[in-house]
Ligand binder design. Structure first.
Ligand code: EPU
Length: 451
């Protein structure tokens, strides 16, 4: 059993206010983008999470000076002295995150060579990087996979290309963006992902001097430029973290105000939340005015009492229901009357965590069939990627081992909603994507302790 364990005395509704900062899945990429510039960049609202530390470490190894700015959560990234790092030093970060794959293009542009360690990230499917490699080869990169990691060179430089993704992958779209901005000529990317974090990354790159057009039908065109400068950027808030706390409010029959949460990027989640029977209120941020100091906006989520309703939902790329919202919300669905259906279409193995919920009293059956309205890539490939949740079920305490980040948070929510004392092992993994989650839990009145 992992030694990092959180003891959770469940059964108490969570009540209170917490704040989310910049989105993990934007901040880490914006940090990599700083490597492309020849001037310092300044990033605000950076959460203290493990993924940020990994990127900071890798940037540091490549000569990017990363310092804390004056404001809490402000980072200054100075790429003036970019240099090669040794493979041994880089390999210290092997297995710790998936972000290192995005260093390919920027390092090739800056140094003509890149070494990428083995990737980490959550075990929610095989998570291949074939699209990344195909795209990099189209740009002119030579990719050499070795047992110690991946070496890349660009003997004739990197040039613009036309590329169509077989699936709108977030990471592969970012790979193309970060490589195309300084490549020679124009790049056209078809079937690109257009998640809000990607649009925000495009904003960062545009601030640096890039020329990027997002056309209709998932087509992105990038006109390569000879140089990029720095940026100053306040990232979009973390809509995955916000939804996770919303799910915690619903599952524990509580009320949580998530300051910083932004409606526009959560519309699909909010619709499902309301269909289940949860309630929310959006408040806008008001600037200071004469006689009033101004207020920070956010979204207040609560359980209005009574019974929740079952729903059928399907995860999808943006603007669909995010795969990362799925696990936390399923805990709330165990409390809804009737049969809920969840069809996971982004990752083939993202329902394994439901076993732990069943151990706690939930009734969740997983299926290989596509139980949603649309058949997906996994339907004929033997993956258990659909779930039927019968509720409401009374959850009871259990000993749980956290398998991955989002499933980990769902285990935590289940332990908070269950009667009795649970022990949640491997809880440090949650620090990869949730800043100060233990302090936030305490602020919300949860009874949790480290033994
Ligand atoms: N895929 C391939 N080949 C590739 C790349 C992706 O087959 O070369 C497949 C994947 O196996 C998966 C699908 O395409 O089935 C989508 O993967 P995608 O590339 O979009 O995911 P990612 O970039 O690795 C990011 C987030 C994930 C989030 C997904 C989907 C980061 C660091 N991670 O992953 O977030 O679930 O997009 O929105 O941005 C998390 O935060 O916990 C997390 C897992």
């Amino acid at each position: 059993m992992p030694e990092d364990v959180l003891v959770v005395h469940g059964g108490t509704p969570l009540h209170g206010q917490i704040r989310v900062r910049g989105a993990k899945n934007l901040v880490s990429k914006a940090m990599v983008a700083a490597l492309l510039g020849d001037e310092p960049s300044r990033l605000y609202d950076v959460p203290r999470i493990r993924d940020v530390e990994v990127v900071r470490g890798l940037l540091g190894l490549h000569g990017v000076k990363v310092t804390d700015g004056v404001e809490d959560g402000e980072l200054v990234l100075d790429p003036a002295n970019v240099e090669r790092a040794s493979t041994d030093e880089i390999n210290v970060h092997a297995g710790s995150s998936r972000i290192p794959i995005l260093f390919c293009g920027p390092l090739l542009h800056r140094l003509g060579h890149a070494f990428i360690p083995d990737l980490g990230g959550c075990h929610i499917g095989p998570r291949p990087i074939d699209f990344h490699i195909q795209a990099l080869r189209e740009f002119g990169a030579v990719v050499d996979k070795t047992p110690e990691g991946m070496h890349l060179t660009a003997p004739a430089g990197l040039h613009g290309t036309k590329f169509e993704l077989p699936y709108p992958s977030v990471g592969a779209t970012e790979q193309v963006l970060l490589t195309a901005v300084l490549a020679n000529g124009v790049t056209e990317l078809r079937n690109a992902a257009v998640e809000p974090e990607i649009i925000d990354l495009i904003c960062v790159l545009q601030k640096m001097g890039a020329i990027i057009t997002v056309h209709t039908d998932r087509v992105i065109e990038i006109e390569g430029v000879p140089r990029l400068g720095g940026y100053t950027h306040r990232p979009i808030p973390d809509r995955i973290e916000a939804a996770s706390w919303a799910a915690a409010a619903l599952a524990t029959r509580g009320e949580i105000e998530v300051l910083g949460a932004q409606q526009v990027d959560m519309m699909t989640f909010l619709n499902v939340f309301r269909s289940i029977g949860g309630e929310y209120k959006v408040t806008d941020t008001l600037p200071p005015r004469a006689g009033s100091p101004g207020t920070e906006g956010g979204i207040r989520f609560w359980h209005p009492g009574g019974e929740l309703r079952a729903v059928a939902l399907e995860t999808d790329v943006h603007p669909g229901f995010m795969t990362d919202w799925q696990q936390p919300l399923v805990v709330a669905l165990t409390q809804a009357r009737g049969l809920s259906i969840v069809h996971e279409t982004v990752y083939e193995q993202r329902l394994g965590y439901t076993e732990a919920l069943n151990k706690m009293g939930a009734t969740i059956q997983v299926y290989r069939d596509c139980l949603g309205g649309t058949p997906c890539r996994f339907g004929r490939r033997n993956f258990k990627h659909s779930a039927v949740i019968a509720g409401p079920s009374k959850l009871h305490a259990a000993d749980l081992v956290i398998p991955d980040l989002r499933a980990g948070f769902s285990h935590l929510i289940a332990a908070l909603a269950a009667e009795g004392t649970s022990r949640v092992y491997g809880v440090d993994l949650i620090n990869r994507g949730y800043e100060d989650f233990e302090s936030k839990l305490s602020a919300l009145g949860a009874h949790v302790e480290r033994p």
